[in-house]
Design a protein around this ligand. Structure first.
Ligand code: ARG
Length: 463
């Protein structure tokens, strides 16, 4: 009767179910390198403190060297029955060197061990992500430099608002990605304390040198509280929070590219490498890569929510719930790497359609603010009143079916007789963009200066 109840692949009964739910080696083998490194540091410290003999220490290090090689070559066999990466490595060490292997776990628990491994893994992940964001920023900055003078409409409410330069638009994302890097760097600082030596929960009676193991694993210091050390996963949550905000930025940019690439906008063309054809409609060129980056933000948010939910309400200290932390972080990291690479590729390849952008920049009375500013400045009229005057001129242009720059002077003077021909200097999209040279504004000259500044601030060079 029981075997029927278990059914399916768990026909072998409770032990199979237990193994299936308990095992983590299928995913936590990604911590193998960190696990060996942590064990080496712990072993050296045990020897230095006279807790284990030099000879045992050497045997352990020798066994770990062999294991490291097998892990690197892929020859290491991970067994599900040994539950997790830590027990797999320890068991292999025991096969290789016998009795001394049993001394490695002196004054150590899997609780401080996994916390240490995972911190090192997330730390390396942050460094990789930082590097990849930097590459994306580099691609955006180069494009911005090339397109510093390319005029396009800027939008609010997705309604054409004022002419801007494409370079300026791209540099907006460089700033966002700069803040993302700041968030990761900030998380890294808080992460960089070492849990090793906290033991299972309360510390240990062995005379450890936690400062030594912390330093040899490149941590700034040992964590101050053993209970916090084994139960804290803030570092993983912070990684996922920063990853989520980064994904939001990538998703917004991806959405813009999808809009720009549509036939109706026609602002950019993607390379063949980052678009696909339709199997039925020959005219189509779909921005699949951008759409997928837009969508994949959902996975990263999902990881953040997974871990927040796992951790909320967990009593101190370690609970097995926390084993669920890793897949969320691994998945988010893999998604980020892919999306960052795709974004960088799309940016490098994309071809702005300058004529189309410019034509669109002047349409829809986008220089109305310039007209109002001109009236304010030249005729010394309060801005609120100029706004009103401009509104009437826009209406007139609308009724004539033309743009502001195409309206005759006589027509404008029917609304405000003091307007002179000088006004035409501000009514084209180019003049409008060029005039916005306040700090942080869109003028091509500004963009060129901002390109230099961004290179210094984000890429560490002036080129
Ligand atoms: N695989 C476990 C995890 O990732 C390691 C820690 C196990 N600790 C324990 N007390 N059972 O959380």
């Amino acid at each position: 009767m029981t075997s029927k109840m278990w059914g399916g692949r768990f026909a072998a009964g409770p032990s199979a179910i237990m193994e299936e739910i308990n095992t983590s080696v299928g995913f936590d083998q990604r911590l193998a390198k960190q696990d060996v490194r942590g064990s080496r540091a712990h072993c050296s410290m045990l020897v230095a403190q006279g807790i284990i003999s030099k000879a045992d220490g050497e045997a352990i290090q020798g066994g770990l060297t062999r294991i490291e090689k097998d892990i690197a070559s892929g020859a290491f066999v991970f067994k599900r029955s040994l539950e997790d990466v830590h027990m797999n490595i320890e068991s292999r060490l025991s096969d290789l060197i016998g009795e001394p292997a049993g001394r490695l776990h002196t004054a150590r628990s899997r609780n401080d061990q996994v916390a240490t491994d995972f911190r090192m893994w997330v730390r390396a992940a942050i460094d990789t992500v930082d590097d990849e964001i930097k590459k994306l920023q580099g691609a955006l900055i180069d494009k911005a430099e090339a397109e510093a003078g390319t005029i396009m409409p800027g939008f609010t409410h997705l309604q054409a608002a004022q002419p801007v330069t494409f370079g300026h638009h791209l540099l907006a994302y460089v700033e966002m990605f700069g803040r993302d890097r700041g968030r990761f760097a900030d998380a890294r600082k808080r992460l960089n304390e070492c849990p090793l030596g906290a033991g299972a929960i309360a510390g240990t009676s062995f005379p450890l040198d936690r400062h030594m193991s912390a330093a040899s694993l490149d941590f700034d210091r040992p964590m101050a509280n053993s209970m916090d050390a084994v139960s804290d996963r803030d570092f993983a949550i912070e990684f996922l929070a920063a990853a989520s905000i980064l994904s939001t930025h990538m998703s917004r940019f991806a959405e813009e590219m999808v809009i720009w690439a549509s036939a109706q906008f026609g602002f950019i063309k993607f390379s063949d490498a980052f678009s696909t054809g339709s199997s039925m409609m020959p005219q189509k060129r779909n921005p699949d890569a951008a759409e997928l980056v837009r969508a994949k933000a959902g996975r990263v948010f999902g990881s953040l929510f997974t871990l927040l939910t796992v951790m909320k309400g967990l009593p101190l200290t370690y609970s097995k719930d926390m084993q669920e932390d890793k897949e969320a972080v691994f998945a988010a990291f893999d998604t980020l790497e892919l999306c960052l690479a795709a974004m960088t590729g799309m940016v490098v390849d994309l071809k702005p359609q300058a004529a189309r952008m410019k034509a669109s920049a002047g349409a829809g009375f986008t220089t109305a603010t310039d007209l109002a500013d001109w009236v304010t400045r030249k005729l010394n009229v309060p801005f609120r009143e100029s706004h009103h005057v401009t509104g009437r001129i826009v209406k007139l242009a609308e009724s004539k079916g033309c743009d502001l720059s195409e309206l005759g002077l006589a027509d404008m003077q029917t609304v405000e007789p003091r307007i002179t021909a000088d006004v035409f200097n501000v009514l084209t999209a180019e003049a409008s963009a060029a005039s916005r040279d306040s700090f942080g504004g869109t003028a091509p000259a500004n963009v060129r200066a901002q390109v230099q500044s961004a290179r210094e601030r984000f890429l560490g060079n002036a080129k």
